[in-house]
Design a protein around this ligand. Structure first.
Ligand code: GDP
Length: 369
């Protein structure tokens, strides 16, 4: 039986197989560590040496424990949301866990929204959605974790609402929480060694504490995988491709009834019935869109998924969930949202259908633009 080795930083059991899970260490690093008697997991290693926060994924149990912990603190909760995947960013039941603690909702990745989208409209929309989820944020802010200049407003807001308390940053994976935390560290600390780690009681999980200037901390919490995220079904390279890196350039299609658009092999949009009109796709500029006849669409997909219709890649097709259909009867200008992928704006009354991998949502919302 092989000996269990623990990270001397966070106590996690060292493993060399799963890079995104707790305790991961590359083999070479493990050998070095064993030679010196100091084995760190990659996350703790990077934190010590580069002040670089890596994301870890949590099991549901650990996450629930962590959320319960938050309810017992007196703190400001900063909930990071990917505005490109609002529903996939929500933490189920967050409002029940956090007790009376105020929530500041931060909509990240604003840099990829087309300039034609008005920020106040987006903020208003987020507030309404949050309320529907039972969450009443004290404020909603749009930001871009990739842009240093955006951190100032965020830090001011945090200062305003924390009222001398600790700050917990929470979010599901892939919303950009690590990028945000790293940006905050660069902005505020700049000084190494000021970051500390301590454990969440009852877990082997370390939390990253960034000291604020009054003896309180900004605390980074691990992210949980949201199974309804498109990201859950894709490899790293495809994630890069579907997560827009730059401002989205809307693509306009004049469609006749009974035409179909494929968004790579990830989603499908059918114009089922209505007058010829415009449909505007807001997805990553790198995702290719194919137009075909509705009656041939299913056969076309079966033939070309993983080939002409990518992602998924050829070797991922077998594992990729089947597409599931949602039909919508449209009365006014409406967005059909493919969670995590983008949306198609329908401009005239008609009937459409959106298809997404089983488990990923297709929803309608009043057009944002
Ligand atoms: P985490 O899992 O929440 O910690 O997310 P990461 O920080 O690892 O970010 C997930 C992905 O989103 C990465 O590909 C980032 O480069 C990207 N990302 C993060 N913040 C932004 C942002 O403000 N704008 C854009 N365009 N991409 C971002």
């Amino acid at each position: 039986e092989s000996e269990v080795i623990h990270c001397i930083g966070c106590g996690a059991v060292i493993q060399t197989e799963q890079p995104n899970e707790l305790g991961y260490t590359p083999n070479a690093a493990l050998e070095k560590g064993l030679a010196t008697g100091e084995v760190y997991c990659q996350r703790c290693f990077r934190l010590r040496h580069y002040n670089d926060i890596q994301d870890v994924h949590l099991t549901d149990d650990d996450f629930l424990r962590l959320l319960n912990e938050l309810g017992r603190e007196d703190a400001l909760i900063v909930n990071v949301i990917d505005i490109f995947d609002f529903n996939g960013s929500l933490i189920p039941g967050l409002h029940r866990f956090i007790g009376d603690n105020p929530v500041l909702m931060v909509g990240n990745k604003v840099d990829i929204l087309p300039k034609s989208l008005k920020k106040p409209k987006m903020i208003q929309w987020m507030k309404e959605r949050a309320h529907e989820e039972g969450l009443r944020p004290v404020d909603v802010l749009l930001t871009s974790a990739k842009k240093p200049q955006e951190m100032e407003e965020l830090l001011e807001m945090i200062e305003k609402y924390r009222e001398g308390r600790d700050v917990y940053v929470v979010g599901v994976t892939n919303v950009g929480k690590s990028t945000l935390i790293n940006q905050i560290i660069k902005q505020t600390a700049g000084v190494k060694d000021v970051i500390t780690t301590s454990q969440f009681p009852g877990t082997t999980l370390d939390k990253i504490e960034i000291p604020l200037d009054d003896g309180h901390f900004l605390i980074d919490t691990p992210g949980i995988i949201h199974r309804h995220q498109m990201a859950h079904y894709l490899g790293k390279k495809d994630l890069k491709l579907i997560a827009p890196q730059k401002e989205i350039k809307p693509k306009v299609y004049q469609l006749n009834s009974e035409q179909t658009l494929f968004l790579g092999g990830l989603a499908r949009f059918d114009f089922v019935q209505g007058e010829r009109s415009s449909f505007i796709a807001y997805v990553s500029n790198d995702l290719s869109i194919h137009r075909t006849k509705l009656e041939k669409a299913t056969a076309f997909y079966e033939k070309h998924v993983g080939g002409l219709l990518q992602p998924p890649r050829p070797d991922e097709v077998a594992e990729f969930p089947e597409l599931v259909r949602f039909e919508f009867s449209i009365k006014e200008k409406t967005d059909i949202v493919f969670a995590g992928l983008g949306w198609i704006t329908v401009t005239e009354p008609c009937v459409v259908a959106g298809w997404a991998p089983k488990g990923v949502d297709v929803l309608r919302r009043k057009a944002l633009i």
